[in-house]
Design a protein around this ligand. Structure first.
Ligand SMILES: Cc1cc2nc3c(=O)[nH]c(=O)nc-3n(C[C@H](O)[C@H](O)[C@H](O)COP(=O)(O)OP(=O)(O)OC[C@H]3O[C@@H](n4cnc5c(N)ncnc54)[C@H](O)[C@@H]3O)c2cc1C
Length: 534
């Protein structure tokens, strides 16, 4: 018999969102925090730039709200933007109290930088490794908190709801979780469950995200009956290093800012054909131009060249990029850097309200897995970590106010493995992973057409049926679970993209290049898809 655990609150995910929720819960509640691998896995650890908040006397909440609304191309929910931005400076104070050492200026105030789309200096940061500093501080606090129990190497498989147990009501009471160390599925019961599983950029061949970004929480919530919103808005970073051994290494936009040229394989520049600002055009225009040229030429990558600048300048301005590229045999002071655009951020996700509550009672979703309405059709840089903090805290406060009304979870059966056996065909999983990420890149990437989306839909439907068969016959593994979730999330992205008959923000289709007069969210409801994706 496999192990079972009971807590007051089960937090699935240990990035900025999950740990913020866990650490803001009342200390008399017993909390479990799950992480797929190590506690500091997830995108949080890799965030470079910083966190946007109104921290300077010359800045204002109104200005931060306006900038966010402008970036979101008419689709941001203004109430959500206002809620997030207003709570910014409180959340930064809280992070400082947790031990995050943000970079200071010579007069000891905090140093603020400015990024694309922001009209003020408002990005607080810890050098160029903000995510690392946030993650390390929060992980340490979580390890020291007496009421928080940490479970690493645990992969949530599916939620347990009253609906699944054939009980009345619409309540979530826990999750089945694969323990990767012993390869057994365990039972985690809880009065409240918080999904904080991050984004889904691994659905694409090239991504800046770490391995676990497979949209698990979104797929899990969808299977349990939650609505999802705006899944068609995937943000692509224009320049990720293209090298067989390099995984997810970003070449900062500052390289273009400091005079770097984007080049075709024949060494010629091309950006001026797409935008008069050439290499300094906004990120989505640059990403689209690179994608267009790669597809036109059938090229595997294009190039970013800064080697015309003095060697000393390059070494002092870009020490990490210089060093990393050198480790792959590329000397950026002498040669150009092979680059491809890479999936970077999932703007859509599980639909939630201002307290991060989903469609199922006692189930919350926070961070990149959620859809709060903050980002609209395009995320503004450094607003995402802020969203993790604001909604992580909102979920904790709502749980604290509700806890006395919520009973202990009911009896739940153990995971049933009696009908399944070990897989002897793991090659099928590996093959399907590759196939999915390739067709998502080619057909559902930066520039879309209806025909390409329909092709992708056809393939994803076939993958669904193969995975369903695999899932019913074989013991679950992490790879199988991730693939199952990726197929579901890919389907949601394709369906949302097919529904949007316009180009807006990050969604660009050659068939509908204009923008409709009225901005509307794409909300998908599980009942209409359930038979296919369950
Ligand atoms: C390279 C890079 C640079 C970035 N720079 C910035 C920046 O400067 N500023 C900014 O605001 N944003 C930035 N972002 C985006 C930001 O980092 C993320 O949006 C944010 O960290 C997401 O936090 P999260 O807590 O929602 O999820 P994550 O930090 O991704 O954490 C997800 C957690 O869920 C766990 N998990 C996932 N699935 C399961 C499962 N099935 N079972 C159990 N656990 C599971 C993982 O193990 C992990 O612990 C950047 C992202 C990247 C990749």
């Amino acid at each position: 018999m496999s192990e079972s655990f009971t807590h007051d609150v089960l937090v699935i995910g240990s990035g900025a969102a999950g740990l913020t929720a866990a650490l803001n819960l009342p200390s008399d509640l017993k909390v479990a925090v799950l992480s797929k691998t190590r506690l500091d896995s997830g995108s949080t650890q890799w965030a470079q730039g910083g966190i946007a908040a109104v921290l300077d006397a010359t800045d204002s909440v109104e200005d931060h709200v306006r900038d966010t609304l402008n970036a979101g191309a008419g689709l941001c929910h203004e109430d959500s933007v206002r809620q997030t931005v207003s709570a910014g400076s409180d959340c930064i104070d809280w992070l400082i109290r947790q031990g995050v050492a943000f970079t200071r200026t010579e007069d000891s105030t905090y140093h603020l930088t400015q990024e694309g789309g922001h009209s003020h200096r408002r990005i607080i940061h810890a050098a160029d490794a903000t995510g690392h500093a946030v993650s390390q501080a929060l992980c340490q606090q979580a390890r020291e908190a007496n009421n928080v129990e940490i479970f690493e190497n645990r992969v949530a498989v599916d939620l347990i709801t009253h609906r699944k147990l054939a009980l009345p009501g619409n309540r979530c009471v826990g999750a089945y979780v694969l323990n990767r160390d012993v390869q057994h599925v365990e039972l985690f019961k809880a009065r409240f469950v918080v999904l904080a599983t991050g984004g889904a950029s691994k659905a694409y061949l090239y991504t800046s995200n770490p391995d676990g970004a497979t949209g698990d929480g979104i797929a899990i919530a969808w299977r349990a009956g939650c609505r999802v919103g705006n899944m068609e808005f995937n943000q692509f970073h224009p320049t990720c290093l293209y090298h067989p051994q390099a995984k997810s290494f970003l070449i900062s936009e500052a390289v273009r800012g400091e005079g770097g040229h984007l080049l075709l394989p024949d060494g010629s520049r091309f950006m001026h054909r797409f935008d008069e600002r050439a290499e300094l055009a906004p990120r989505d225009i640059v990403a689209r131009a690179i994608d267009h040229e790669m597809k036109r030429l059938g090229a595997d990558c294009l190039y970013l060249d800064i080697s015309h600048k003095p060697e000393e300048f390059i070494r002092t301005h870009f020490p990490t990029i210089h060093e990393q590229c050198l480790s792959y045999g590329i000397d950026i002071t002498r040669e150009s850097i092979p680059v491809v655009p890479a999936a970077h951020y999932t703007c859509g996700g599980i639909l939630v309200d201002e307290y991060a509550r989903t469609d199922i009672n006692q189930l919350y979703a926070i961070g990149e897995a959620s859809f709060t309405g903050l980002h609209g059709a395009n995320r503004m840089a450094s607003n995402s970590l802020l969203e993790c903090l604001v909604f992580g805290r909102a979920a904790a406060e709502d749980i604290a106010s509700e806890v006395s009304n919520v009973p202990q979870p009911p009896q739940v059966p153990d995971w049933d493995e009696s009908q399944v056996r070990d897989s002897d065909e793991d090659v099928v999983i590996a093959h399907n992973w590759d196939e999915l990420r390739h067709f998502m890149w080619d057909y559902v990437g930066i520039v879309r057409t209806t025909k390409r989306l329909q092709r992708a839909k056809h393939r994803v439907d076939m993958l669904h049926s193969e995975i369903r068969e695999f899932y019913s016959n074989y013991r679950v593994t992490n790879d199988l679970l991730e693939l199952r979730n990726l197929v579901t999330v890919a389907d949601l992205i394709i369906c949302a993209a097919l529904q949007r008959r316009e180009s807006r923000g990050l969604h660009y289709t050659l068939d509908f290049p204009g923008q409709l007069p009225e901005a509307q969210d794409t909300i998908l409801t599980p009942t209409s898809f359930m038979s296919k994706t369950a």
